[in-house]
Ligand binder design. Structure first.
Ligand code: SF4
Length: 313
């Protein structure tokens, strides 16, 4: 049995976010952005550790804040997405393939980012309105579904998924999977679905048996089902692999999981040996899956890195 992961470095470009999700471990009242010097230093270190992916994750629409816009201007930008594009270019120059999670985006914003990304992502979380999102306009399911569809129209290989334990019912979970399956039927661009338990200050609010139920259901629709290995014990990871999870997502040897800061990444070698002893081969992949490379869906400016890596393999 083969299970994949992507070796990455996490670039938290800004902690400012227009949303206020009740379970959030990431958002801060801090309106700064990563300087290009910091981005270059991290990219250089990522290369030294043989990371292939630059995971760009940050708060949604931070430009709603005046202080953030001032800081952006100081870096020479009027538009946040242009700044993100510049960060992507730096990462590509250092030999990393960007995977941007920018929250909800308009079509033209995604079009700008597409050539600079191997793939992109946005968690659907749940396709229903929930109380924990009452102050989060970007978590309106209709707005998120539109963003995922826009990625489909632009043929962007896309990672999405469900967040479990945020007030949804069991029925909502299966309904949300059906919504994703329907979008994928229309566009064929969803490369993987993450099944992620909500973790608040290090405490998981969903039992692993419930996660298994959703993994089993997701496998009916999607070839690649991902679970985050830092949110489970090794035994639980194996249990979910046996249920059909076949990807462990990004694992970083150098940066923490800023979204779940209380849960550190396992050592890749230790995880690999544990899985090996249990009949599972852990294999590295790129942030874009092979099927989507064959379909040439990578961003044009990442082509050399994507194709070059396949040639080296
Ligand atoms: S969108 Fe993400 S970063 Fe923003 S408040 Fe919600 S969970 Fe936190």
């Amino acid at each position: 049995m083969i299970v994949t992961y992507s070796k990455n470095a996490f670039f938290p470009l800004t902690r400012a976010c227009r949303n206020e999700c009740k379970y959030c471990n990431f958002r801060r009242g801090d309106y700064t952005l990563m300087s290009f010097e910091l981005v270059k230093n991290l990219a250089e270190m990522a290369k030294r550790y043989n990371c292939k992916e630059a995971l760009l994750t940050f708060g949604e629409r931070p430009e709603v804040y005046l202080e953030f816009r001032r800081n952006l201007k100081e870096l020479g930008y009027d538009n946040f997405i242009d700044y993100v594009c510049s960060v992507c270019k730096i990462c590509i120059d250092f030999g990393l393939i960007p995977h941007t999670n920018a929250g909800v985006l308009y079509y033209d914003e995604m079009k700008k980012l597409k050539p600079l990304n191997g793939s992109m992502g946005l968690m659907l979380e749940q396709a229903v309105e929930l109380e924990c999102h009452e102050n989060s306009p970007g978590k309106n399911p209709r707005v998120r579904i539109k963003t995922i569809e826009r990625a489909g129209k632009l043929k962007i290989p896309f990672t999405t998924g469900l967040l479990l334990g945020i007030g949804e019912s069991k029925y909502d979970r299966f309904y949300s999977l059906e919504v994703l399956a329907e979008i994928n039927e229309n566009y064929g661009h969803i490369q993987e679905v993450i099944i992620q338990p909500c973790v608040v200050r290090g405490v998981k609010v969903v039992d692993v048996k419930e996660v298994k139920e959703v993994v089993l259901a997701a496998k009916k629709f999607f070839r690649h089902v991902q679970i985050p290995p830092n949110l489970f014990t090794f035994e639980e990871v194996l249990y979910l692999i046996k249920a059909g999870a076949n990807d462990l997502g990004g694992i970083s040897p150098i940066t923490p999981d800023y979204v779940n800061p209380y849960n550190s990444w396992p050592s890749i070698d230790t995880l690999k040996s544990f899985l090996n002893r249990n009949g599972v081969v852990l294999r590295e992949r790129l942030p874009i899956y092979d099927e989507f490379i064959i379909r040439k869906m990578y961003g044009e400016l990442t082509k050399q890195l994507v194709i070059g890596d396949k040639r080296d393999a």
